[in-house]
Design a protein around this ligand. Structure first.
Ligand SMILES: *[C@@H]1O[C@H](CO)[C@@H](O)[C@H](O)[C@H]1NC(C)=O
Ligand SMILES: *[C@@H]1O[C@H](CO)[C@@H](O)[C@H](O)[C@H]1NC(C)=O
Ligand SMILES: *[C@@H]1O[C@H](CO)[C@@H](O)[C@H](O)[C@H]1NC(C)=O
Ligand SMILES: *[C@@H]1O[C@H](CO)[C@@H](O)[C@H](O)[C@H]1NC(C)=O
Ligand SMILES: *[C@@H]1O[C@H](CO)[C@@H](O)[C@H](O)[C@H]1NC(C)=O
Length: 454
C-alpha cells in the first residue's frame, strides 16, 4: 500500500512538473563563462537537449552539462551521424552548465544548445537534424515538424554578406498536393506568421472592389536550390518530402533560374546584404506569372527594395523600419525578366523573399473557392484532420454542420465537399492553432481525478 501510494505520488508530481509549460530554448555556448555554475531554469523537464556545434573538440571537452544527476561532455554530445541525426539527452532535475575554458576560448565558440518541450520530445512526428556535412533528408508522415540546426561554415567564403551558418537545400522533391512549409525560429515559440517558403504557393484573387474571389494554389515540381543563412529554422510537412542539405555557401548575387516554372529564395539572415538579382528563364511561347512572399524587418537606416523588372512594367516593393512586412504576397501579371533585391545600407536587417515564376501553359494544381471566413454552403460538410496542434497545411477531422463558418477552423487544409456533386475543392489556411486538448494535459487531469477518488 505504501509502495502503491508513493508510485502515485511520484506520478502526480512528475505530471505536475511536465505541465509547467516552458518554451523551447536555444542556449548560446559563448554566454557561459568559466567560474560560474550556471543553473538553467527555463528548460522543461522531459525535454530533449541537442548540441549544434563544430567548435574545436579541445574547447568542447572543457564544457560539462549535468542533468538527471549525470555529467555529459559536450564533445560527446556534438557528434552527428552521417544522415544528420544528432545525439540527444533528456532533461531531468534541471540543467547545469560549467566550463573550464579560458574566456578567449569561450568567446570563440560558435555552437549552441537546443532544448525542446517535453511534448515535442515525446512526439514521434517531431524530428531534429544538425547540419555538419552533406545529408540526404527524407521526411514523411501526415504532419511532421522538423527542426534544422546549422553549424558554422568551416571554410567561410570571402563574400562580406554571407552568413556564418548556412544550409544549402537542393533537390527538394515532394508528393504532388502535399505541403512543405519553411518557418523561421523554433517550433512552439513563434507559432504563426513566420513562414518564409511554401510549396504549394497559395494566393488570393480579388475583384476590383477588393472582395475575395478565390484562391490560386500553385504546386512547383521544380525548386531552385535554397540558400538559408539562418542559425536554425524548421519545416512543417505532410507526405513524403526529400532534399539534400549541405553545410556550405554558394555565391548567388547574380542567379539565373533553372526552369520556366520554378520557385526560390533570397534570405538575409545576418544583417549584411549586397544586391542580389534573379534572372528568370523566359517561356518562349506562353506568358508567365511572377510573384513573391516577403517578410522584411529592415535595420534602422535601411530601405530594402524588391523589384520585378519587365520590358514595359516594373513592380516595386520598399520596406523600412516603419513599414515592415510579414508574409506579404504579391503577384505580378506582366512578364518579368529579373527580380532585384537591394538595400540602401549594407546593414540591411533581416528579410525573407520567396519568389516564383509560373508558365501560364500550366494549369494551377487547384483553384479554390473557400477560405477562412467563408460560409460553408448549405448541404456541404467541412472535413478535416487530427490534433493536438495543427500545423498550417495540415488536415482537420472534425465535421462541421452545413451552414457553419470556416473561420471557426483557422488552421489546416479545409476541404469543402458539395453533397451530390463530384467536385471537391480545397483551401489551405495559413495559420496555426491548437484545436484539440493535448493528450498530455488530459493525462494529468486523469491522474488528479484518480488521486481525488483515492
Ligand atoms: C577559471 O576560474 C577560476 C575561478 O575564478 C580560476 O581560478 C581559473 O584560473 C579560471 N580558469 C581559466 C582557464 O581561466
Ligand atoms: C478565380 O478568379 C479569377 C480572377 O477573377 C478568375 O479568372 C477565375 O476564373 C476564378 N476561378 C474560379 C474557379 O472561380
Ligand atoms: C548576371 O548574369 C546574367 C546572365 O548570366 C548576365 O547576362 C549578366 O551580365 C550578369 N550581370 C552581372 C552584373 O554580372
Ligand atoms: C527596374 O525597375 C526600377 C523601378 O521602376 C527602375 O528604377 C529600374 O531602372 C528598372 N531596371 C531595369 C533594368 O529595367
Ligand atoms: C513592424 O512595424 C510595426 C509598425 O511600425 C511595429 O509595431 C513592429 O514592432 C514592427 N515589427 C518588427 C518585427 O520590427
Amino acid at each position: 500500500m505504501m509502495r502503491a501510494c508513493s508510485i502515485l505520488v511520484f506520478l502526480f508530481s512528475a505530471t505536475i512538473v511536465s505541465n509547467v509549460a516552458a518554451d523551447p530554448v536555444v542556449l548560446i555556448l559563448k554566454d557561459y563563462t568559466n567560474g560560474t555554475n550556471y543553473q538553467i531554469n527555463n528548460v522543461e523537464e522531459g525535454g530533449s537537449l541537442y548540441v549544434a556545434s563544430n567548435d574545436a573538440v579541445a574547447s568542447l571537452n572543457n564544457i560539462q552539462l549535468v542533468t538527471g544527476g549525470k555529467p555529459y561532455l559536450l564533445s560527446d554530445l556534438a557528434a552527428v551521424q552521417p544522415d544528420g541525426i544528432p545525439q540527444k539527452i533528456t532533461i531531468s532535475g534541471g540543467l547545469t552548465i560549467t566550463t573550464t575554458n579560458t574566456d578567449s576560448a569561450t568567446n570563440a565558440l560558435t555552437g549552441y544548445l537546443y532544448v525542446t518541450t517535453a511534448q515535442q520530445a515525446q512526439d514521434p512526428s517531431f524530428g531534429v537534424y544538425v547540419i555538419t556535412g552533406t545529408h540526404n533528408i527524407v521526411l514523411s508522415g501526415a504532419q511532421a515538424t522538423t527542426v534544422i540546426l546549422n553549424t558554422e561554415l568551416v571554410t567561410p567564403p570571402d563574400d562580406v554578406d554571407r552568413s556564418e551558418k548556412t544550409t544549402y537545400v537542393s533537390d527538394l522533391k515532394m508528393d504532388i498536393a502535399k505541403t512543405v512549409i519553411f518557418q523561421w525560429g523554433i517550433p512552439g515559440k513563434q507559432a504563426t506568421n513566420n513562414q518564409f517558403f511554401r510549396n504549394p504557393f497559395n494566393y488570393n484573387n480579388y475583384d476590383s472592389n477588393g472582395n475575395h474571389l478565390n484562391t490560386t494554389q500553385l504546386f512547383f515540381d521544380h525548386v531552385e536550390p535554397l540558400q538559408i543563412g539562418l542559425d536554425y529554422w524548421y519545416i512543417s510537412s505532410s507526405g513524403s518530402v526529400s532534399m539534400t542539405m549541405k553545410n556550405t555557401y554558394v555565391p548567388n548575387h547574380n542567379y539565373t533560374t533553372t526552369a520556366v516554372s520554378t520557385t526560390g529564395l533570397v534570405v538575409s539572415g545576418t544583417f549584411l546584404f549586397n544586391q542580389h538579382t534573379v534572372n528568370f528563364q523566359q517561356d518562349p511561347v506562353n506568358t508567365q506569372t511572377f510573384g513573391s512572399l516577403i517578410s522584411a524587418y529592415p535595420s534602422p537606416r535601411a530601405t530594402v527594395s524588391f523589384v520585378f523588372n519587365g520590358s514595359d512594367e516594373n513592380s516595386v516593393q520598399n520596406y523600412d523600419i516603419q513599414n515592415n512586412a510579414t508574409q506579404l504576397v504579391k503577384v505580378v501579371k506582366f512578364s518579368a525578366q529579373t527580380l532585384t533585391v537591394s538595400s540602401s545600407d549594407v546593414s540591411a536587417g533581416t528579410f525573407y523573399c520567396q519568389y516564383f515564376s509560373n508558365s501560364n501553359a500550366r494549369n494551377p494544381m487547384t483553384t479554390t473557392v473557400a477560405t477562412s471566413g467563408a460560409t460553408v454552403p448549405q448541404g456541404s460538410t467541412v472535413t478535416a484532420g487530427t490534433g493536438p496542434t495543427l500545423a498550417a497545411g495540415s488536415t482537420l477531422t472534425t465535421a462541421f454542420p452545413p451552414g457553419s463558418t470556416v473561420s471557426t477552423v483557422n488552421a489546416g487544409t479545409v476541404t469543402t465537399v458539395t453533397a451530390g456533386s463530384p467536385t471537391t475543392s480545397s483551401a489551405t489556411v495559413a495559420t496555426t492553432t491548437s484545436v484539440v486538448r493535448s493528450p498530455f494535459s488530459f493525462f494529468s487531469f486523469f491522474v488528479v481525478l484518480t488521486l481525488l477518488i483515492l
